[in-house]
Write a protein that binds this ligand. Structure first.
Ligand code: PMP
Length: 285
């Protein structure tokens, strides 16, 4: 089905939605993006995603030619134009077309692009049985090189780790930071449960501040579950009772094996299932 793609305030049929080959988003990955999801015609935590987009842009000195409110409206217009009830939205802001050199000052027009499409979900079976993941040897970007808090168009760090996962037959892979601590997965944040306490790495582990991660932390607090944002190592993962991942596309998905070691009982645990259910209710309410 042909989609209507938003580019700089206008909607184009997808075949005509094009940008310059001189755009530094393409030439250098110089730009930022977001991945959002609509449930029942409403975009989940739209303002929070847009806020993160603007923070990513600010961190790379990229000025977005729209206010945050206008950006939210543009997202809503795009899902409406595509008649999307439940779907996935990809928003991109590139540095714009420039010269073949690196200099971002020679790029004039940032391109604001919003694509709304159907969502590809992980198979149901994985939510019931849980995922097996591996630890990638590719570490997460050093925060002093490229902060993982920036959702930039250069996702090669994550893609290289994802390739390691896929080679091992896993759809997700765990990434450690430069200190050997647990950071996150290639496109998801990670949580562990031990003795009823929910734990997730803090922002300074070098992670993307996930919107789903925040929602799950809130849901856990509501459920009376203690939440700790603490430094975690693979040792903590090996001795955890439960593990799950969070992300816009994945929502809450249990993990039952890491590096061929069974986590807890080897089945999705009660805290995971409770939070998965609460997240489901929150998004579908
Ligand atoms: N970490 C990384 C590296 C990601 O790309 C994503 C997905 N955007 C997440 C975590 C999860 O973030 P969110 O819950 O906002 O989708």
């Amino acid at each position: 089905m042909s989609r209507q793609v938003y580019i700089n305030g206008q909607l184009f049929p997808q075949e005509e939605a094009t940008i310059s080959v001189f755009d530094h988003g393409l030439l250098y990955g110089d730009g930022v993006f977001e991945g959002l999801r609509a449930y029942g015609g409403k975009i989940f935590r739209l303002e929070q995603h847009v806020r993160r987009l603007y923070e990513s842009a600010k961190a790379i000195c990229l000025e977005i030619p729209l206010s945050e409110t206008e950006m939210c409206q543009a997202h809503n217009e795009t899902i409406a134009a595509n008649d999307i009830q439940d779907g996935y939205i990809r928003s991109i802001v590139t540095r714009g077309a420039g010269t073949l050199g690196l200099d971002p000052n020679r790029c004039s027009n940032p391109q604001v692009i919003i694509i709304a499409d159907a969502i590809t979900l992980y198979p149901d079976e994985l939510y019931e049985k849980g995922l097996e993941i591996i630890t990638a040897s590719t570490i997460r970007n050093h925060p002093a090189a490229l902060s993982p808090r920036i959702k930039s168009l250069n996702y090669l760090n994550n893609i290289l780790a994802k390739m390691e996962g896929l080679q091992a037959g896993c759809i997700e892979a765990l990434m450690l930071n430069h200190k050997g601590e647990i950071a996150e997965c290639t496109g998801d944040n990670i949580f562990l449960v031990r003795d009823g306490v929910l734990m997730t790495p803090p922002m300074d582990a070098g992670i993307l501040g996930g919107v789903t991660r925040d929602a799950v932390v809130e849901l856990a607090a509501e459920a009376g579950i203690e939440v700790q944002k603490v430094t975690l190592t693979r040792h903590d993962l090996f001795i955890a009772d439960e593990c799950f991942l969070t992300g816009t596309a994945a929502e809450v998905i249990p993990v039952v094996k890491v590096d061929d070691r069974t986590i807890g009982s080897g089945k999705p645990g009660p805290v995971t299932l409770d939070l998965k259910e609460r997240f489901h209710k929150l998004t579908r309410s």
